[in-house]
Design a protein around this ligand. Structure first.
Ligand code: SF4
Length: 327
């Protein structure tokens, strides 16, 4: 189970505080990430029970196809049960989509965020709603039968009608998987500055909750299983890679800013945020930390905490469940 962090973006979204740089992927970065894969071969082998490779970011689709192929080769090959690449609609041409498919990528995750052009401009996304529509068609035409789409809710200026229209159209596309994230105001993002200067006020908890349940109801009615707080899938299309994080399977994160987990003993490590010359730090988790992590991750999922079973959806995240789990 391997995660590749691609810390490059062509522009920065209003809300983003992820580690990313507005630079072109360099040959130096590529050499360094391939060398890291080589040097962590044993860790990669120890995490192979979950047979997945995930390119996240940043924006992995700014990488030339050749770079993606070379990184996969350095990780041990191009055949995975699930090989996901996150893509920006603006990068998806027929050549790029077909190129990803011929490399062996079998799942794409596209950042749609909204299908309202004014909202996309406010978010400083570099694609339009039409660009996302076209990109999704292009991915299908290239043969991708497992596609995920991300959307954002809880944004001031996004009313229920706007959100409903986005979700309705998304359902009509029939992606196999949908992720919906509530906007959060993070220090260090452009939005954080806007909020501090009084140019943005967050939606109330009640409004965010109403929008969340609007999404839940629409996706449930369309046959999507709500299997994690922010994730829905058609039957058989839960994300294998992300689901394994929630069970604390060991994983290897390569590249600047990437995190990793080794098991028995449980060691978490993380790379520094530097385009080249990144270094790694680590900590050994205590039994109490491991237990808390199991509870926290289990509460996010429909399957619940191992040993406690499935939590009814209307009881997710209630104080009762947390207390019950800690006993
Ligand atoms: S949200 Fe994603 S695409 Fe936008 S700036 Fe952040 S990392 Fe880049």
């Amino acid at each position: 189970m391997i995660y590749i962090h691609v810390p490059f973006c062509r522009s920065f979204c209003t809300y983003c505080d992820f580690y990313s740089e507005r630079a072109c992927p360099s040959a130096e970065w590529l050499d360094e990430i391939c060398a890291e894969a080589q040097s962590r071969k044993d860790e990669i082998a120890a995490s192979a029970a979950v047979d997945t490779l995930y390119f996240g970011g940043g924006t992995p689709s700014v990488l030339p196809l050749e770079y993606i192929g070379r990184i996969a080769d350095a990780c041990g090959g191009r055949h995975y049960r699930e090989w996901t690449v996150e893509v920006n609609p603006d990068d998806i041409t027929p050549e790029y989509a077909e190129g990803l498919k011929s490399l062996g990528v079998n799942r794409v995750s596209m950042g749609v965020q909204s299908l309202d052009d004014a909202m996309l401009r406010w978010m400083n996304r570099r694609h339009t709603a039409d660009g996302a529509r076209q990109a999704f068609r292009t991915l299908r035409a290239a043969g991708f039968g497992n596609a995920s789409a991300d959307i954002i809710f809880g944004v001031s200026g996004m009313d229920d009608e706007m959100l409903r229209a986005t979700v309705q159209e998304l359902i009509a596309w029939r992606p196999e998987h949908v992720s919906a994230y509530q906007l959060s105001v993070e220090e260090g993002s452009a939005l954080g500055n806007m909020a501090r200067e009084g140019r943005y006020s967050e939606l109330s908890d009640e409004e965010c909750s109403r929008q969340y349940y609007l999404i839940c109801d629409m996706l449930a009615a369309a046959g999507y299983e709500h299997y994690e707080i922010s994730n829905w899938a058609l039957p058989g299309f839960r994300a294998v890679h992300n689901s394994a994080y929630w069970t604390r399977a060991p994983y290897v994160g390569l590249g600047p800013g990437a995190h990793s987990l080794r098991r028995d003993p449980d060691v978490r490590s993380w790379n520094s945020e530097s385009i080249t010359g990144w270094t790694s730090s680590c900590e050994v988790l205590t039994d109490a930390e491991i237990r808390e992590e199991k509870i926290m991750l289990g509460l996010r999922t429909a399957d619940g905490i191992p040993g406690y079973g499935r939590i009814p959806e209307d009881r997710w995240f209630t104080a009762d469940d947390i207390i019950f789990s800690l006993i």
